[in-house]
Ligand binder design. Structure first.
Ligand SMILES: [Zn+2]
Length: 494
């Protein structure tokens, strides 16, 4: 706007013999100049006197942050005078970039269809990465979330889990979110087709064979699609890991860290021939229960250092709130009842029962894996492996949004600093999609996704729960606005 006006002024001034020179021209110039000044003064919403925290710039105290539409246009000292159309005094508060949940399933449980976007926003999650759903289910949800004026997080999606000859999530007794890729040719066609339908990345699942995996990697690279993956059961983490951009749940990495990894892997390949003709789900579960804990028990530090070295540029999304669930189950948290109150009634009743059962029968086996997951994340972080914050919500009692804050706490428990935990939910996800110049920090030119907190998250990461307001795509929402949004979905009993 300002540039256009300037151009017009130059045009007026430069015309040598035009009728606009003289008094009339001068009058137009003055009016335009005043208009420009007015527009400058009134642009945007300012959050003033706030402490700004992000994982690149660190801590900046006593700031004013102005956003206009979906863009941050000013970050400067609060002492400098600024005129804007709206100003919010945030004295004593903390401003962080909008958070990501980097591992969600928007269509895993259709009882959440209406409420998920509002739930995420109510907990300060302004972007999500959907890591698996059939296109016919996930596309309409993505389209609705991306519609103009939709009040919803930004969404990046993979489409279905790309599984192998056997499919784990095949729709029998569990949601259908996986598709079969029995041959390399089938894998190439599937991925080209997904690209045509607009996916942002692909998700490689556990039952793929090495030749199908290779075809998937080649095709995704040709089509410039980032690759998310579980380490396929037929492959070693140190072989598959460097070819993909992210790995979820630390899945199947324990085998590559075991002193007897070669023997375990051989036994695994034998079993994957599936002589008992198990379903994909049964086959996978049988391998996990046969081999996971033995591999953890045979942990070999030197071997694991080599594995971690091979994963140096592959983002780990450990979903500790899932892997290490037993160490801090959600139902032990003070705000669990509040979280339950926000979700649809039918789900709330189911989950309350499940929570009681889990509390009554904690699994010892699960504890061992929980400790190992924390330990491995600590080692990986120390070795410089990038860490992303994701939850797998709504699977296994993960309230959308609420569970991301649990994940941040787990990451700190594993040894990340609170600022590094924030990095895992802001800068790292942005980098994954090569969007670090648009998202992830509070800088001029970044999108207007922000979370205003009542308490300092660097003093205690749990303070990311003290949400005072959320800015999503340039829309400022107070705690009351967020509550009203939730109520409008019909789910909440807040
Ligand atoms: Zn998942």
């Amino acid at each position: 706007m300002m540039d256009l006006t300037k151009g017009y002024q130059n045009f007026l001034l430069k015309r040598p013999n035009g009728n606009f020179t003289g008094r009339f021209g001068l009058a137009v110039f003055v009016v335009l100049a005043l208009l420009t000044a007015c527009q400058d003064r009134q642009r945007g919403t300012a959050i003033t006197n706030v402490t700004v925290i992000d994982a690149v710039n660190g801590v900046r105290e006593h700031q004013t942050v102005v956003f206009d539409g979906d863009e941050i246009i000013t970050v400067r000292s609060a002492d400098e005078k600024i005129s804007v159309s709206k100003s919010i005094d945030a004295t004593g508060k903390y401003l962080i970039p909008g958070l990501w949940d980097f591992h969600v399933h928007l269509t895993y449980d259709d009882r959440f269809d209406e409420t998920m976007p509002a739930l995420f926003l109510s907990y300060g999650i302004t972007s999500v990465r959907d890591t698996g759903g059939l296109m016919r289910n996930v596309l309409p949800v993505v389209e609705a979330m991306r519609a103009e004026n939709a009040i919803a997080p930004r969404v990046f999606f993979a489409g279905p889990l790309l599984d192998g000859r056997f499919v784990v999530y095949d729709g029998n007794d569990r949601p259908e979110i996986g598709v079969q890729n029995a041959t390399p040719q089938q894998a190439r066609e599937t991925i080209a087709n997904l690209k045509g339908q607009g996916v942002d990345f692909i998700k490689v699942y556990e039952m793929v064979s090495p030749d199908v995996f290779l075809a998937m990697v080649e095709t995704a690279n040709e089509l410039a699609l980032p690759i998310d993956s579980h380490v396929p059961l037929s492959m070693r983490a140190s072989i598959a890991g460097p070819s993909v951009d992210s790995i979820e749940h630390l899945r199947n990495i324990e085998l590559d860290c075991a002193s007897d990894s070669a023997e375990l892997h051989e036994a695994r390949l034998e079993r994957l021939k599936n002589p008992e003709r198990l379903s994909g789900f049964e086959l996978r579960s049988s391998l996990h229960s046969l081999q996971r804990l033995p591999a953890v028990e045979n942990y070999d530090e030197e071997r694991c250092d080599r594995t971690i070295g091979a994963l140096a540029s592959t983002m780990m999304v450990p979903t500790l709130r899932l892997n290490s669930f037993n160490l801090a189950p959600p139902f032990r948290k003070g705000d669990w009842q509040d979280a339950l109150a926000r979700i649809p009634t039918e789900v709330r009743q189911d989950w309350a029962v499940s929570a009681e059962q889990l509390a009554a029968n904690p699994s010892e086996e699960f504890n061992r894996f929980a400790e190992w997951s924390l330990f491995l994340v600590k080692r990986m972080h120390a070795a410089g492996v990038p860490i992303g914050a994701g939850t797998d919500t709504p699977i296994f009692l993960a309230v959308p949004g609420f569970s991301l804050h649990s994940e941040l706490e787990f990451l700190v428990q594993a040894g990340l600093s609170p600022l590094d935990a924030l990095k895992a939910a802001t800068v790292r996800p942005a980098e994954y999609f090569s969007l670090q110049h648009k998202m992830g920090t509070i800088d001029v030119g970044r999108v207007a996704d922000l979370v205003l907190l009542d308490a300092n998250p660097l003093e205690d990461i749990a303070n990311t729960r003290s949400i005072s307001a959320v800015v999503t795509k340039g829309r400022f929402m107070t705690a009351n606005d967020l509550k009203a949004l939730l109520e409008a979905t019909g789910a909440t009993t807040l």
